[in-house]
Design a protein around this ligand. Structure first.
Ligand SMILES: N[C@@H](CCC(=O)N[C@@H](CS)C(=O)NCC(=O)O)C(=O)O
Length: 277
């Protein structure tokens, strides 16, 4: 633990990746503290004491604890010099930020595809191809653990009860095939907006990202989203070399970006470490 910042996270998780990619873009070094969600480490009392929401990512800077990926990005942008990730007073940025942050039900799309694997257009990547029953069993285990921890730690009972309710709804939404199909369909509208924005900005010149030459927070979110859709085997529904070609070109280009490659390396290190355990 040598760096000023510690990121509590799971390298493969969507919101964790937003925070990690922002740190990599800024070039701010950080200690990594893995929180293995599959093993339910985020439900353990030590973690709930740090983040009452029982979720990753969580950033620690000295005595300061910052939950929520968006707040983490804003925080590091304010605290550290270097490229600016967040732009103010730009309507295109505000619009696309809202579209990507508020109109993408990534939980329903991710778990909905895992639990209804036939909804994947081309098949799930091995990292995401878990037997649906195993996922459902995991949720039963989480609920049992939450009950046991809540029994033991009176001061954390309210946080546990809130999280139990959150997980119940989370699973219900992901199991509900109709809801998942609707989310998958609605995502087309998001990609219409992204394609429109890329055309407007002239991304085909190979110089611009979503808003202009700088790679900003909205690019971080889009990159993580594109990567997730590829892992779910859903990318072809939204972009290809025949369909929304600006998004497709963006994806081809962003895969060569240093920060993204570094992020994939973090995921790989974690995955191979987990295989050994
Ligand atoms: N709004 C939060 C969402 C964080 C979130 O949903 N994290 C997921 C992993 S991607 C998590 O920790 N899930 C475990 C749980 O909710 O039990 C953020 O932007 O950071």
């Amino acid at each position: 633990m040598t760096e000023r910042l510690t990121l509590y996270y799971l390298p493969g998780s969507y919101y964790s990746q937003k925070a990690a990619l922002a740190l990599l873009e800024k070039g701010v070094p950080f200690n990594q503290h893995y929180v293995n969600l599959t093993k339910g480490e985020h439900l353990e009392p030590w973690f709930i004491r740090l983040n009452r929401n029982a979720q990753v990512p969580l950033l620690k800077d000295g005595d300061k604890l910052i939950p929520e990926s968006e707040d983490i990005i804003k925080y590091i942008d304010e605290q550290f010099n270097g490229v600016k990730l967040t732009i103010s007073g730009n309507d295109d940025y505000d619009h696309i930020n809202t579209v990507l942050s508020k109109n993408v039900p990534i939980e329903d799309i991710t778990y909905g595809t895992i639990l209804n694997p036939d909804l994947s257009a081309t098949g799930l990547h091995p990292l995401f191809a878990h037997p649906p029953q195993k996922i459902k069993d995991d949720f039963v285990t989480y609920q049992a653990r939450i009950r046991a921890y809540a029994e033991e730690h009176e001061e954390l009972r309210e946080a546990y009860s809130k999280h139990a309710e959150y997980l119940k709804n989370f699973l219900q939404n992901a199991v509900d095939r109709g809801n998942v199909e609707k989310c998958i369909t609605n995502l087309q509208i998001v990609f219409d907006e992204v394609e429109k924005q890329l055309i407007k900005r002239g991304s085909e010149s190979g110089k611009n990202w979503l808003i202009g030459p700088e790679f900003t927070t909205v690019d971080i979110i889009l990159t993580i989203l594109l990567n997730r859709l590829v892992l779910l085997g859903q990318d072809g529904r939204y972009f290809s070399n025949q369909k929304r070609t600006h998004v497709h070109d963006y994806w081809v280009r962003v895969q060569t970006r240093r920060s993204f490659q570094d992020l994939l390396a973090l995921v790989k290190t974690y995955t191979s470490q987990m295989k050994k355990d």
